[in-house]
Design a protein around this ligand. Structure first.
Ligand code: ADP
Ligand code: MG
Length: 338
């Protein structure tokens, strides 16, 4: 690794997109103009080598894409338009400056189509593993942020796309690393794990509709995110087993039960999970199809003590709130039978 200042210079953007940016990288802090018609939406997430990624499961570009993507997904789940990001990185001697610059390229690849500007960060050394913390900033029309607490009995539960693909891909990478030999089908799931695609456009359709919509992004797993909506809104969510199976991985040689577990508990899918009225969903659906996308109905909301159920024909099974939890032991992170 070269000196810190040469490194910062090499990752400083040559041009920026956002007209409200006054001071970007190069001073003590960034400055941007605020606007009374919008609310600022801010989030931060950290990725630690050995916990969230390994050099043999993600390449440097994909690590960058993921570090920014998980934050952009949080902004999308609030209905925000992403605009800025800041990056704090702790670099061990096992990483070269070129590899770290690749991480920044990965972030830029995701940021450019969204017109997000890198406006600051911090660079330090690390004694062991690489750690990267990204802060993302966006805006949403005043009063339009989409909160988890907005679900009401009678709502439809929807997803913006398939779930469990990332877990399916990770199980392959965990066995063989990214240097393994994979079928085209396996490669599809591996990319679901490696290349985060946050659902900004669909989040924006939800926020700009002005409707009452509860929204959450699927980072820790569908079951866990559904629980968060249930608890925040004081309702029960009932998921349709058949719909979830249809959106879960169907990998050759893998049974339906395993596919469903990936779908419910896998996490890192970065789809959006939401609830809204039937009428509102129909109007969101129209706008989604105009951009070649869909909202998939996967269940309904009812009154009751906050909980999540999965339903097959007339039989309901209570879903445990599981998903990856850093401060629980491994066996508690295991899944139950559904
Ligand atoms: P200070 O001592 O004022 O914190 P630094 O030397 O840490 O300044 O940073 C100089 C400039 O470079 C600041 O604008 C800071 O936000 C930016 N910066 C530092 N490290 C990074 C990084 N890893 N990624 C992006 N911007 C960075
Ligand atoms: Mg600093």
């Amino acid at each position: 690794m070269e000196d810190e200042f040469a490194f910062i210079d090499s990752i400083t953007p040559k041009k920026t997109y956002q007209s409200r940016l006054r001071v970007g990288i190069g001073d003590d802090a960034a400055v941007y103009v605020s606007n009374v018609h919008y609310e600022e939406v801010v989030c931060v997430d950290t990725m630690v080598e050995g916990i969230h990624f390994r050099k043999d499961t993600l390449n440097a570009r994909q690590i960058g894409q993921k570090a920014l993507g998980i934050n952009v997904s949080d902004l999308a789940a609030m209905g925000a338009r992403p605009q800025f990001y800041l990056v704090a990185i702790a670099i061990p001697t096992t990483w070269s400056a070129d590899e770290v610059r690749e991480i920044y390229k990965g972030m830029k690849m995701l940021a450019d189509p969204l017109e997000m500007d890198l406006i600051g960060g911090d660079t330090v050394s690390s004694p062991s593993c690489l750690m990267i913390t990204v802060t993302a900033i966006g805006v949403v029309e005043a009063g339009s942020a989409l909160k988890r607490s907005m679900a009401q009995p009678g709502d439809v539960v929807f997803l913006t796309g398939p779930v469990g693909g990332s877990a399916a891909g990770f199980s392959l990478l965990n066995e063989q690393t990214r240097h393994g030999v994979f079928t085209a089908e396996e490669q599809h799931y591996i990319l679901c794990h490696q290349e985060v695609a946050p659902q900004v456009a669909l989040g924006r359709i939800c926020a700009s509709s002005g409707g009452r919509i509860a929204l959450n992004d699927v980072s820790d797993g569908l079951a866990s995110e559904a629980h968060e909506i249930a608890v925040a809104s004081g309702v029960q969510l009932v998921l349709d087993r058949e719909e979830i199976v249809a959106l879960s991985p169907q990998l050759h040689g893998v049974d339906e039960e395993t596919g469903l577990k990936w779908g419910l508990y896998g996490g890192e899918d970065f789809q959006l999970l939401g609830t809204t009225s039937k009428d509102q969903l129909a109007s969101l659906q129209q706008q989604a199809s105009a951009i070649g996308r869909s909202f998939y109905p996967v269940g309904f909301v009812r009154a009751g003590v906050p909980a999540v159920y999965i339903k097959k024909e007339e039989q309901e099974v209570l879903l445990a709130k599981k998903g990856f939890n850093h401060f629980r032991h491994g066996d508690e992170n295991d899944e139950t039978k559904v």
